[in-house]
Write a protein that binds this ligand. Structure first.
Ligand code: FAD
Length: 404
C-alpha cells in the first residue's frame, strides 16, 4: 500500500498457449479453476491449460449472490453439497487466500402448508445425512432475523423456515483468484482472451480444441463453461438436456449492518444478504425465456423488489445501486451433470443452473477425479448424463426451486 499499489507481484502468469497439454479445461470460472487446482494438487497432473474466452471469473462466478449451503433433499445431492461445504470450511487455509467464507446461517422461508411440509421433510432428510438443519417457527425466525416481517396480514405470511447455521456466503472473486493463483503456482497455464471455437475429434475421441489463438492438442478436454455449455458441447456433436436462461441480481447502496444472515424465500421469490461493504445483495428467479444476453427483464426486478418490501418493510427507502445478469445452465431435474460424455476423453461439468457457486470446491474436486481416473467419483456418479436415459433423475426442484 505504501508503494501506491505499484509493486505488487502478479498473482498468476499470462502464458501463451503451448501446442499440447495433458488436459485442456474450457472456462476459467470457479469450477474450471478449481478443477485445474485439484488435478495438480490431488493427482499430480500439472500439464494443464484453463482456456477462457473473456477474463478469469467474469462469468457466473463473478456475478452470483454467493450463497453457500448444503441442505438439499436427496442423499445424492446432500452428500455431494456437504462434501463441498467441508471443503469451504477449510478453503481460505487450503489456498492461503481469504475467500471470506462467512457461516452466518441461511434461512429458507416457508409461506404455505406445502412449503412447511416440504421444509420439515428436508430438515429430517438432512439430519439423516449428517447435515445440520433446523426447523424454526415464525417467532423463532423473527428472533433469528429481527428485521423480517412475520405479520399475518402480509400476502404470503411467514409460517416458519429451515435454518442451516453452517450456510452463509463467500467472496466470489476471491474464490476464482485463489484457485487461479494456486493452480498457476503448480504449473497450470491460465489463458485468458482465448475462445474455444471448435473441437478436434478423430474416431470418436477428442484430440484437442480449435481456439481464437490457434489449435491446441490435448489428451483430455473438460468443459466447465456454464451458460455456454450447449454451444461448446455442440462443437463435439453432443446435445445436452440443458437450457440457458438469464438470471439477474442487484445490490443496494451501502448501509450499516442490518441483516447478519441470509434469507431466501421461494414463494415470494427473493433472497437477501448484506455484503461486507454494506450493500444488500438480492437475487431473484430466472427470466422465463432462453438466451445468452447476460441481462434480464425489468419485470423480474420489479417482482423481486416487491417481494423484498413485503419481507423487509425497513428497506422501502433504500436505493438500488446496480443490477446485472448471468447466463445459467439449467437441467430438467435441477441437478448438475458431472461426468463423461459419449466422446472419449471429453468430460462435462454443467447444469448447475442458479446454484453452482456453493458447489465450486466440491465440483472441482470430483471433476478432477473423474478426469484423472476416467471414471466418476462415488459422489458425482449419480450426476452422469446417463440419468436422462435411465430415468434415475435427482429431482431437486424443492431445494433448488428458489434461484440462488
Ligand atoms: P462460470 O463462472 O460462468 O465460468 C464459465 C466460463 O466459461 C466463463 O468465464 C465463460 O466466459 C467461459 N466460456 C464459455 N464458453 C467459452 C468458450 N467457448 N471458450 C472459452 N471459454 C468459454 N450459485 C450459488 O450457489 N449461490 C448463489 O447465491 C448463486 N447466485 C447466482 C446469482 C446469479 C445472478 C447468477 C447468474 C448465478 C448464481 N449462482 C449461484 C450460480 C453460480 O454462479 C454458477 O452455478 C457457478 O458460478 C458456475 O460456475 P462455473 O465456473 O461453472 O461458471
Amino acid at each position: 500500500a505504501m508503494s501506491w499499489h505499484q509493486n505488487w507481484p502478479r498473482q498468476w502468469r499470462s502464458p501463451d498457449p503451448k501446442p499440447e497439454y495433458d488436459v485442456v479445461i474450457i472456462g476459467a470460472g470457479g469450477h474450471g479453476l478449481a478443477t485445474a487446482y485439484y488435478l495438480a494438487k490431488e493427482h499430480g497432473i500439472t500439464n494443464v491449460a484453463v482456456i477462457e474466452k473473456g477474463w478469469l471469473g467474469g462469468g457466473n462466478t463473478g456475478r452470483n449472490t454467493t450463497i453457500v449451503r448444503s441442505n438439499y433433499l436427496w442423499d445424492e445431492s446432500g452428500l455431494f453439497y456437504e462434501n463441498a461445504m467441508k471443503l469451504w470450511e477449510n478453503l481460505s487455509q487450503e489456498l492461503n487466500y481469504n475467500v471470506m467464507f462467512s457461516q452466518r446461517g441461511v434461512l429458507n422461508l416457508a409461506h404455505n402448508l406445502g412449503d412447511v411440509r416440504e421444509s420439515i421433510r428436508r430438515v429430517n432428510a438432512n439430519n439423516l445425512n449428517g447435515i445440520d438443519a433446523e426447523w424454526l417457527n415464525a417467532e423463532q425466525v423473527k428472533e433469528f432475523c429481527p428485521i423480517i416481517n412475520i405479520s399475518k396480514d402480509s400476502r404470503y405470511p411467514v409460517m416458519g423456515a429451515t435454518l442451516q447455521r453452517r450456510g452463509g456466503t463467500a467472496r466470489h472473486d476471491a474464490v476464482a483468484w485463489g484457485y487461479a493463483r494456486g493452480a498457476d503456482d503448480m504449473g497450470v497455464d491460465v489463458i485468458q482472451n482465448c475462445e474455444v471455437q471448435g473441437m478436434m475429434i478423430e474416431n470418436g475421441t477428442v484430440k484437442g480444441v480449435r481456439t481464437s489463438l490457434g489449435d491446441i492438442k490435448a489428451k483430455k478436454v473438460a468443459m466447465a463453461c456454464a451458460g455456454h455449455t450447449s454451444v461448446v458441447a455442440d462443437m463435439a456433436g453432443i446435445r445436452l438436456p440443458i437450457e440457458s436462461h438469464p438470471l439477474q441480481a442487484l445490490v443496494s447502496e451501502p448501509m450499516k449492518p442490518v441483516i447478519d444472515c441470509v434469507v431466501m424465500s421461494n414463494a415470494v421469490h427473493v433472497y437477501v444478504s448484506q455484503s461486507d461493504k454494506g450493500e444488500l445483495v438480492m437475487g431473484a428467479g430466472i427470466d422465463a425465456y432462453v438466451g445468452y444476453s447476460q441481462r434480464g427483464s425489468l419485470h423480474v426486478i420489479e417482482d423481486q423488489l416487491a417481494s423484498a418490501m413485503e419481507l423487509f418493510p425497513l428497506f422501502s427507502r433504500t436505493r438500488m445501486m446496480r443490477s446485472w445478469g448471468g447466463i445459467v445452465d439449467t437441467c430438467p431435474d435441477a441437478s448438475p451433470i458431472v461426468g463423461k460424455t459419449p466422446v472419449k476423453n471429453l468430460y462435462v461439468n454443467a447444469g448447475w443452473g442458479t446454484g453452482g457457486f456453493k458447489a465450486t470446491p466440491g465440483a472441482g474436486w470430483c471433476y478432477a477425479h473423474t478426469i484423472a481416473k476416467d471414471e466418476p467419483h462415488d459422489l458425482n456418479a449419480p450426476f452422469s448424463i446417463d440419468r436422462f436415459i435411465t430415468g434415475a433423475l435427482v429431482d431437486e426442484h424443492g431445494a433448488a426451486g428458489v434461484a440462488h
